[in-house]
Design a protein around this ligand. Sequence first.
Ligand code: IMP
Length: 192
Amino acid sequence: MDKLVLASRNKHKIIEMQEILRGLGIEVLSALDFPELEDVDEDQPTLEGNALKKARYVHEQTGLPALSDDTGLEVEALGGAPGVYSARYAGQNVTYQDNVMKLLKELDGVDKRSAQFRTVVALADGDQEYTFEGVCKGEILTEQKGDKGFGYDPVFQPAGYELTFAELDAPVKNKISHRGRAIQKFVEFLKT
Ligand code: IMP
């Protein structure tokens, strides 16, 4: 494999994934390099389903191996919500901040605050399709801390750390994060 398209226009995700894939000798493009690509409706009931749907579409349109990711924040006290609906937790066309505020409201007064991020990365290349899962366990704080990262990062503190994802430097987040772990599995797969 000498070229790969990341099936995403999210600059935060693209930077994180390009950083992890650096040094493999693969030219890593993204959906930003293919303006004709349409947004894929993430209407599948699982992260796996959405990740495969995005990777398949981008592979069909570009003819290149396509790698996508779909991520959900699974909060124990909320029965695994927002999960696959993490991007639209507070409604359609909402901001990251709207979703974070809704989460803090739902957990108001709740002591048990354990949660995990789960990412499924999917590779589509012709009739070859593979998925790789990464999980990062932690807890949801009662207030926001830090201004790095994106999404729920300011309220998510990974297990074993006293800082949120929004306070940790990118290389540290990439090493322990759900997305970092899923992509590491993909890298191992490429090497074997
Ligand atoms: P997506 O469908 O994979 O884009 O992810 C769903 C939602 O999860 C996004 O809108 C973000 O709010 C959130 N999310 C995904 N990855 C991360 C992350 O690494 N940190 C914090 N929030 C994230």
